[in-house]
Design a protein around this ligand. Sequence first.
Ligand SMILES: [Zn+2]
Length: 256
Amino acid sequence: MIIDTHAHITDVKFDSDRNAVIQRAFNAEIGRLIEISCEMYYWDRSLELLKQDNIFVSFGIHPIDVLKAVKNDYGKLESLICNEKCIAVGEVGLDYHYDSSKRNIDAQKESLGIQFNLAKKYNKPVIIHCRDAYDDMLTFLKKQTNVPKGVIHCFSGNLSQAKIFVELGFCLGIDGPVTYKKSDSLKEVVKNIEISKLLVETDCPYLTPQKHRGKRNEPAYIVEILKEIANIKGMDLEIVEKVTTQNALDLFEGIK
Ligand SMILES: [Zn+2]
């Protein structure tokens, strides 16, 4: 069994064939799907999706969306986190990639703190989005008392940053970019970080693996990420599949 630990199935890009995409995933040995619902606009759609077996969800407010969030949204988020099929909080984090978001650093940090407290209150792991902000994220995490368990989603930092996140207890999410020829730094991270700390995720409909590049990404393509990890680490594909699935089951206890 494979677990896609990070998909955005409620995205409009799946509106025309969502059920076929889900079926292809389950036909491709994917036993569990984790839907990441981090835009307030999509929360209700995600609740609808949860009616299907083997689909779980993580609710959160994405750093890019924090200025749109009002106090009531955090109240709603708290009630969503209590849903028994909500197995994590996120993606939450820091995103300094765009100029507009760079100007909202304080708001991003405040929202991150609020959502970390919710994760701790309900004992759920966090799914962290971090873009061009690894040093600030590490500073934030080091200041936390009882850092929750979690994953650095779509890790794109360097090896020394990777090692610090792992020391803090985090897993690293590995996505389609690991299959790109130019991803030397990410390949080095995958090579040097213990496999017990790696999770596979598609982040579909984004980040399509090399083999299908140019097309919309979907969970069934996750095998390309597993193959590349096996290749980089010189391990059997079956072992990589087995260990990364166990890592996901251990981190997201609610999906067992
Ligand atoms: Zn995502």
